[in-house]
Design a protein around this ligand. Structure first.
Ligand code: PEP
Length: 246
């Protein structure tokens, strides 16, 4: 199929300049494993400094505003993130959907703003434990994906991250069968909207992925990489995930 694996760390609200050595070490791992596309989505305050030590990794942001500029105190536009050195951004992470009340429409608009400024985008979707337990996770997450998908979505600038909310930061993950079923459902949903380009679009798994489970998760046919929180904060923890993807 030829989808290059994409392995991206999400540092969330972690990281000061003292941690730039970890960015540099992860950049070195990325250079040594060029078969894998490796990136770090960092706090915006670290992006410019990280750009100078990123090695073979790309530096990304964790969110961007949907507007190009204006009266939005505390927010950052996609162009600002590009100027700082970002080449990707996450949009629609469940922590922002929950904490900031971001809607599917907001997320589609953010993805379009990012694209317009030249950023590539990781669009996150995922179900709550209640939805999983009710047995309709595939239908709910597929609908969420289609509602969040921007106009003109295409594999050369957009990747999807399936992140079950109950798996993020908990040490719990779905069964491999459940991950396979969800990723196949999401690819079918993409195909219904964007046709054959769905085959080229990368669908990442995220939620407590680490060096112990990455090889098994990344071996699933429709799992094209990972979005990794806690296990991306140091090169030592991130290395086995990158190796598993190579
Ligand atoms: C995330 O927040 O995107 C994530 C997957 O976190 P963790 O790996 O820590 O579960």
């Amino acid at each position: 199929m030829g989808r290059r694996k994409l392995v991206v760390g999400n540092w969330k609200m972690n990281g000061l300049r003292a941690q730039l050595g970890e960015v540099e070490a992860i950049g070195g791992l990325a250079r040594d494993h060029a078969a894998v596309e490796v990136g770090l989505c960092l706090p915006a305050t670290l992006i410019a400094a990280a750009d100078g030590v990123k090695g073979g990794a790309f530096i990304g942001a964790q969110d961007c505003h949907m507007k190009a500029n204006g009266a939005h105190t505390g927010c950052l536009s996609a162009a600002m993130l590009v100027e700082a050195g970002a080449s990707w951004t996450i949009v629609g992470h469940s922590e922002r959907r929950q904490d900031q009340g971001e809607t599917d429409a907001d997320i589609a608009a953010k993805a379009l703003a990012a694209k317009a400024a030249g950023l590539k985008v990781i669009l996150c979707v995922g179900e709550s434990l209640d939805v999983r337990d009710a047995g309709n996770a595939e239908a709910v997450v597929s609908a969420q994906l289609l509602a969040s998908l921007p106009e003109g979505a295409a594999a050369d600038w957009l990747a999807i991250a399936y992140e079950p909310i109950w798996a993020i930061g908990t040490g719990r993950i779905p069964t491999m069968e459940a991950v396979a079923t969800m990723h196949a459902a999401l690819r079918a949903a993409l195909a219904s909207r964007i046709g054959a380009d769905a085959d080229a679009m990368r669908i990442l798994y995220g939620g407590s992925m680490n060096g112990d489970n990455a090889a098994e998760l990344l071996a699933i046919a429709d799992v094209d990489g990972g979005l990794i929180g806690g296990a991306s904060l140091t090169a030592e923890k991130f290395a086995p995930v990158i190796t598993a993807a190579a």
